[in-house]
Design a protein. Structure first.
Length: 339
């Protein structure tokens, strides 16, 4: 005789994936350790843990961590201050888990070109950007310097022009061009043993998180090795045919300065797209020209054919300094690319 089933006989099949309801409330990780990201390599993050005072000492404990799944869509870069849990002993073969990126004070970004909406995050929490240029071999790339200045100012980072190879040529032309650009310029000379001939650069970077940017071949890695002797960053030479340097540093790395603070050396760049910087941000990077734009007609594009634009007469009157002509040309190139 067939059995008759009633409602009370129903038994739901157990959920093989568990019966706990999903929640968007994540653990607070109140006991997580604070750390500074110093290097990124194929999904692994090298992190120096903070001491009891919240500082990141040169000899602080370093751990290797992987990123938690809820952060997989967020970029983690050198200079980021993060929270880690799990095995933070730093012993060989151990992995901690990176669970939080703390709010960033500054964020340096660039795009492939001025129209590419995709931004690449380079470094975080940087106070000073050292824009490295050589006097010769290779010749100064004023376009890149102006772009880096715009990116730094837009990000709230203090720019500093660092001139190398002053033993080969005078930095006078560089100093003249940026004499009214409201940016400090320091020379970086080296002795025969590879040490710095003075403390100008080291003094400016002391007790800060700084980043060096510039074309390949301008001496960034050589400068890094002088500032951080234990860094041993690879150095290269300029191609005699193209006049360009070889990419000797393949990744950004954050290194401790003996004077206090941290220095981030980045790979040499060929371009510095500014798609994320608006027109007002570009003009702000040319302070010797900014006042003139306030006297232009409303809606002025500030390009060469803009009716009533005040910039040409401002420069002709010498009010933008000896570098006014070339700086105006550079600003107009950036504004033209910005559309």
């Amino acid at each position: 005789m067939a059995r008759i089933f009633r409602d009370e006989d129903y038994r739901p099949r157990p959920n093989r994936k568990g019966s706990r309801p999903r929640t968007k409330n994540r653990p607070s990780h109140d006991s997580a350790a604070l750390g500074l990201v110093t290097a990124v390599d194929r999904g692994r993050y090298r992190i120096v843990l903070a001491d009891d005072a919240g500082a990141f000492p040169e000899d602080g404990r370093a751990v290797t961590a992987v990123r938690a799944s809820h952060l997989r869509r967020q970029a983690v870069v050198p200079g980021d201050i993060v929270k880690v849990v799990g095995d933070t002993s730093g012993d060989e073969g151990t992995l901690a888990r990176l669970v939080e990126i703390t709010p960033r004070r500054t964020l340096l970004r660039r795009s492939a070109d001025d129209t590419d909406p995709t931004e690449r995050v380079i470094v975080a929490n940087v106070d000073i950007m050292g824009i490295v240029t050589a006097t010769i071999d290779p010749e100064p790339s004023y376009g890149l310097i102006d772009r880096a200045l715009a990116a730094a100012i837009d990000a709230g980072i203090t720019p500093l022009i660092v001139v190398t190879k002053t033993d080969l040529a005078s930095p006078a032309d560089i100093e003249r061009r940026f004499s009214m650009a409201d940016v400090d310029i320091v020379s970086s000379g080296l002795r025969d043993d590879g040490t710095l001939s003075d403390d100008a650069v080291a003094g400016r970077l002391a007790d800060h998180i700084s980043v060096l940017v510039g074309h390949s071949g301008v001496g960034k890695s050589t400068l890094t090795n002088a500032l951080v002797p234990a860094a041993d960053r690879a150095t290269g030479h300029v191609n005699d045919v193209t006049g360009r340097g070889r990419h000797t540093s393949s990744s950004a790395v954050c290194l401790p300065l003996t004077t206090g603070g941290w220095l981030i050396d980045t790979p040499g760049v060929r371009s510095f797209g500014l798609a994320h910087v608006d027109r007002d941000g570009l003009i702000a990077a040319f302070p010797e020209l900014t006042e003139a734009t306030t006297e232009c007609p409303r809606g002025c594009t500030h390009l060469a054919d803009a009716p009533g634009c005040r910039l040409d007469s401002w420069v002709a009157e010498g009010r933008a300094g000896p570098g006014g002509v070339s700086r105006l040309e550079s600003l107009r190139r950036l504004l033209s690319n910005a559309g």
